[in-house]
Design a protein around this ligand. Sequence first.
Ligand code: GRF
Length: 209
Amino acid sequence: MTHSTPAKARLAVLISGNGSNLQAILDACADGRLNALVTLVVSNHFDAYGINRANRAGVPVLCLPRRNDQARAEYDAELASFVAASQPDWVVLAGWMRILSTAFLRAFPGRVINLHPALPGTFPGAHAIEDAFNAYRQGQIVQTGVMVHLVPDEGVDCGPVLASETVAIQSQDTLENLEARIHQVEHRLLVETLAKLVNSSELLKESPK
Ligand code: GRF
């Protein structure tokens, strides 16, 4: 009988800032919770702290800010070609703060995953936690949450949901400690969801030992 080890899934991770979710992925790859390899980190900002995290982990980094003279579709096509060159199984938007057009998405159908710090259908956009906190203070909601979803098109923070988890808002919460709790959930939920995806595709893609 031939034994085989599932090949590690190849992840391209796109970031714009701190990269704490990138760090969660790198840690999970390093300690075996995630049978994957981050093959490329892309930042659209030169000063994103996540670049340091990628450097420390020895992962190739591409810094690709959009040039002023560059149309959105042109930038997205250039980005797609760099990301495609790293041959990712999955493209993970982990705090990537640009909306990707079809010029990018058509290169990775069904393989782009986004993390959003709110429940499905609520608070799209860059200020989801603050928006939820304000809605709580106005008595409109009692909980918020986190979701991981596929990105099929240019819709903002929507698409088929892979996982979601609620986070209760407490009366003594400040925006800062609500943010901290949400980020903790994000780090765990993103890794768990990626692990499920990777494991479900391992059956299709086994490599000899
Ligand atoms: C996360 O809350 C993510 O959901 C949102 O931006 C934040 C990025 O955090 N889109 P980090 O850069 O991973 O620390």
